[in-house]
Design a protein. Structure first.
Length: 498
């Protein structure tokens, strides 16, 4: 069948990262087969004085590219995945582990250069809503993450080192009687759904988390056996495991290769691959678009000259995260978020809907307190939400507001000036893939046979990744689904198709 390139008109640099030099990550850490090495998985270049980095700013160490197929510019795989964030990489992982199919992952930059590199790492259930359309997928994904951590353990590896996995439990904390009544209903809902949750009144909360000071009427919904992970470490582990299949010719990655067009059969209309500036990557079974917040504009460009109309309104929702290294003022025993986080996540910030990437300021950001302590003892504080286009500039006033908000929960922080922490702090900025309606799109594209989308996970991409990967895998192979995919179809999202 003849294949034709539809259009080559994409911005070759969607992330604003420097593309003139090729990098790939330098892995010097534990892999599937090696339990002894505890080194961090990435080599980052960081400023010794002022650690501020965008998720797409950190510089991986340049090394040779062992998995790049050399020689011809045209390669054929069973599945071609566009996007090497947590969604694309876990989809690749699922195909590699559960089938004999070959997989290529293509990215405009490198893993973690999108939202994934900024992720805080909570894969908790405490803030999720039983019975909601995402609930089943959340629970399945949670089960798969737990299973992965367990299988790592069973192989004699340490999930803490491999994934940054910590069973911290998760808490949704409130300060008022009204908050506590919301939290009590939340606990009941979770219990009814079979999740082992409990309500902590003030004394119980303070004995679990003594650094909190929230007045007399505070309380929390608590899930003791929830876990968190380290996004960058988990990505490194998954990518390393994927690369394991390169030796048998089943895996290749193409980094710094923005996809510029689709290959589509002139006779059948089937999607037969993608084109980058250098490579023609043919797919025998599927092309999966997992390009996070770039998926909408990418799809627009890819189908521009076809008869297909799809509006995939994924928007970048900017988030800042503050990381304080070597934090000693207090110890955080659990993962925490304020009860208002749930609305913060679902609210559409109508005051800042510009897509131009200009005109942003701290006032348009919604801030909600999330606090975790990672495996290296870093205090990680979140987070902000803004719809301000593809802008990833660090805004200091937003960092100030994140710090102040955290200080309302942990008064000790009020005694520490952020300025004094300038040498030990890092700021991460990422663009969450926000979908109006709050659900990701996971499914085939009508009219474009063999093409699938997995995008729009907003603030839950880490949490929902493994369930999403399984769903796409089952769709491509026509297998029965573990979770009903209907709520995630393009049609269910109210998007236009023809
Ligand atoms: C501050 C912050 C905190 C967060 N905390 C959490 C958390 O604790 N838990 C949680 O579950 N989620 C969290 N999230 C959300 C989570 O990070 C995202 O939902 C998730 O990373 C989305 O993954 P993705 O793979 O879809 O997108 P991305 O990670 O953005 O990856 C998309 C990839 O597509 C590539 N791409 C774009 N255009 C092209 C092209 N033309 N060709 C090829 N490749 C292309 C990009 O380079 C990028 O690598 C957080 C997000 C932020 C910003």
């Amino acid at each position: 069948m003849a294949a034709c390139a539809l259009k080559i008109s994409l911005n070759p640099n969607p992330n604003g990262v420097v593309l003139h030099r090729k990098y790939t990550y330098s892995f010097n850490t534990a892999t599937f087969c090696n339990s002894s090495n505890n080194n961090p998985p990435f080599s980052f270049i960081t400023s010794p004085n002022h650690k501020t980095s965008h998720s797409n700013r950190f510089q991986p160490t340049p090394v040779a590219e062992p998995n790049r197929v050399s020689g011809s510019d045209s390669h054929t795989f069973d599945v071609v995945i566009v996007g090497a964030g947590i969604i694309g990489l876990t989809i690749a992982r699922h195909f590699l582990l559960e089938s004999n199919l070959s997989v290529a992952v293509v990215d405009a930059a490198v893993p973690c250069s999108g939202a994934t590199g900024a992720g805080q790492g909570y894969i908790w259930r405490v803030h999720k809503t039983p019975g909601s359309e995402k609930w089943e997928l959340s629970m399945r994904s949670h089960e798969l993450w737990e299973g992965l951590a367990e299988s790592i353990q069973n192989q004699g590896l340490d999930p803490v080192q491999a994934l940054g996995w910590k069973k911290t439990g998760s808490m949704l904390v409130g300060r008022t009687a009204a908050d506590c009544s919301v939290l009590k209903s939340k606990v009941e809902q979770l219990l009814d759904a079979g999740v082992d949750a409990e309500f902590l009144s003030r004394d119980g909360l303070l004995s679990e988390e003594p650094a909190l000071n929230l007045g007399e009427e505070c309380g929390a919904a608590f899930i003791r056996d929830d876990s968190q992970l380290d996004a960058r470490r988990s990505v490194a582990f998954i990518e390393k495991a994927n690369r394991h299949f390169a030796a048998e010719g089943r895996y290749a990655n193409f980094y710094y290769e923005p996809v510029t067009s689709l290959l589509r059969s002139e006779s059948s209309g089937e999607i037969e691959g993608v084109q980058t500036s250098k490579y023609t990557l043919r797919s025998k079974k599927a092309v999966v678009i997992a390009a996070g917040c770039w998926s909408g504009s990418l799809m627009d460009d890819l189908i521009k000259s076809s008869e297909i109309e799809i509006d995939l309104p994924v928007k970048p929702r900017k988030g800042h995260l503050l990381v304080v290294e070597n934090f000693k003022s207090f110890k955080l025993n659990h993962g925490l978020m304020e009860v208002g986080y749930v609305n913060h996540q679902s609210a559409l910030d109508s005051s800042a809907t510009s897509d131009s990437g200009t005109g942003y300021d701290a006032n348009t950001a919604s801030i909600s307190m999330t606090a975790t302590m990672d495996m290296s003892g870093r205090l990680v504080l979140g987070s902000s939400r803004q719809l301000v286009g593809f802008n990833t500039e660090i805004v200091e006033s937003i960092i100030d507001r994140i710090w102040e908000r955290a200080g309302e929960f942990f008064p000790t922080l009020k005694e520490v000036s952020l300025k004094d922490l300038s040498k030990s702090r890092e700021v991460r900025v990422g663009l969450r893939p926000y979908m109006p309606g709050g659900k990701p799109v996971i499914g085939p594209v009508a009219g474009l046979s063999n093409m699938f989308i997995a995008a729009g996970h907003e603030g839950e991409g880490l949490s929902l990744a493994l369930g999403t990967a399984e769903m796409i895998f089952n769709m491509v192979l026509g297998n029965p689904q573990e979770v009903n995919p209907a709520p995630f179809s393009l049609i269910a999202s109210g998007l236009s198709e023809s």
